[in-house]
Design a protein around this ligand. Structure first.
Ligand SMILES: Cc1cc2nc3c(=O)[nH]c(=O)nc-3n(C[C@H](O)[C@H](O)[C@H](O)COP(=O)(O)OP(=O)(O)OC[C@H]3O[C@@H](n4cnc5c(N)ncnc54)[C@H](O)[C@@H]3O)c2cc1C
Length: 390
């Protein structure tokens, strides 16, 4: 049976997240965008009421919410401000590899710390020469006794300036391409330097930094999964996190749609509200459809994960469609506002800038199409569990 009716608990979660977005995020969102400020006070409050680290398993003190629950929360927070949501939500991206591949001892140490305090963890995959093609990474991890020594630089790292923990992907077999990558959980220390904070087009309330590891020593027990299996782990992680990113894109689309609908009913030209002009109605109708379908694709990809099923194709469908839709809906919202849409005193130009990143990070829209084409042209015959390698 196909049924997306939310349970009473899910409705309460949505209400909690929406109220938080309305009270704590919306009132400061445009100011944080202007100043590119770090929303620590919001993170503290969100952590206190359980809106951070939502997937942390119950056995480590977390709330153990489902992926669908996480998507419901993320859409509401991103409706408030997707930059703030990214600051709040990036711990999930960093936590998934630990939950999927960490030893029991490492999982417990990491998870209990994040649950106890609003600490930050960053996911460090991208490098200047290795974006979509992560096999080109140059960061090295060399085993010395019971330790690995890591050297290299990672760029565009979300929350990097504030991270207490880093998930670091590094080459352990430099000749083996993507089969020579391993993943490590690394605690912040003096050998880890934040080189640069990026000045971004959008999502300016999120922090993005370059992180350099110089002779960083990490105990071998912090290797996540097997040596040289880090690429497969990263692909599995992205299957788990793309539904959440799609939910963020849906939140941006919904905010843009709501602003545009309200404005269209208020703005009078040629003697009638512009919402009476069919050209504007059709823009609004297309926005509504894109919000609706983005949410359905997002929830579908999350529910498959919750059922323990492989969701590679569905999470790419959702990420591609929701991200491209967010860009289209936010651009059309600016169109509905006319010249005012281009002015910073009005809300929608921020949404248009924020939306752009959705088509870029966690796999660009082109990379999603590559995945969709591969999964469609060469479908896997056997239904694999979500924990199977990608
Ligand atoms: C604000 C922000 C936050 C980020 N956060 C993180 C983070 O926390 N951790 C992290 O590890 N990374 C992060 N990233 C990095 C992000 O995931 C990469 O920017 C993204 O994967 C694209 O890599 P690239 O920028 O090097 O672009 P490139 O890979 O150089 O791509 C350039 C263009 O070529 C296209 N392209 C590339 N290869 C192909 C192909 N085979 N077929 C068709 N088109 C192709 C791309 O779609 C794109 O349009 C972040 C980036 C930004 C901007």
């Amino acid at each position: 049976m196909v049924d997306f009716t939310l349970t009473d608990e899910q409705k309460s979660l949505r209400e909690l997240a929406h109220d938080f977005a309305e009270r704590e995020i919306r009132p400061v969102a445009w100011e944080l965008d202007r100043t590119a400020g770090w929303p620590q006070a919001i993170l503290d409050k969100a952590h206190a009421i359980g809106l951070m680290n939502t997937h942390m398993p119950e056995e480590y003190g977390g709330s153990g919410l489902s992926y669908l629950d996480g998507c419901i929360i993320s859409e509401e927070l991103a409706w408030g401000c997707s930059g703030v949501q990214t600051s709040l939500g990036a711990n999930s991206l960093a936590s998934v590899p630990v939950i999927l591949a960490g030893s029991e001892e490492v999982k417990r140490e990491f998870a209990e710390e994040l649950v106890a305090e609003p600490k930050i963890a960053s996911f460090c995959l991208t490098e200047p020469g290795a974006g979509s093609d992560v096999s080109g990474m140059r960061t090295r991890a060399v085993r010395k006794g019971d330790k690995y020594v890591i050297n290299g630089s990672k760029c565009f790292i979300t929350n990097g300036s504030y991270a207490d923990w880093f998930i670091v992907y590094a080459k352990t077999d430099p000749e083996a391409g993507h089969r020579g990558i391993s993943a490590f959980l690394v605690r912040k220390d003096d050998t880890i330097v934040v080189d640069k904070k990026e000045d971004k087009m959008g999502q300016r309330a999120s922090n993005t930094a370059t992180i350099t590891f110089a002779e960083t020593e990490v105990d071998a027990r912090y290797l996540l999964g097997e040596e040289n299996k880090g690429f497969k782990l990263a692909m599995r992680v992205l299957d788990h996190t793309r539904p959440g990113i799609s939910a963020v894109a849906t939140g941006i689309s919904r905010a843009a749609f709501e602003f545009a609908s309200t404005y269209a009913k208020e703005r009078v030209q040629f003697g009638v509200p512009i919402a009476m002009h069919q050209a504007i109605q059709f823009l609004i109708a297309d926005m509504a459809t894109k919000v609706h379908l983005s949410r359905l694709a997002t929830w579908n990809s999350a529910v498959l994960l919750d059922q323990g099923r492989r969701n590679t194709l569905e999470s790419s469908h959702a990420k591609r469609f929701a991200a491209d839709s967010a860009m289209e809906v936010a651009t059309d919202a600016v169109q509905v506002y006319g010249g005012y849409g281009f002015i910073k005193d009005y809300p929608v130009e921020k949404l248009m800038r924020d939306a752009k990143i959705m088509q870029l990070y966690e796999g660009t829209s082109q990379i999603q199409r590559l995945v969709i084409a591969r999964e469609t042209l060469l479908p896997r015959r056997i239904e694999e569990p979500a924990t199977a390698t990608a």
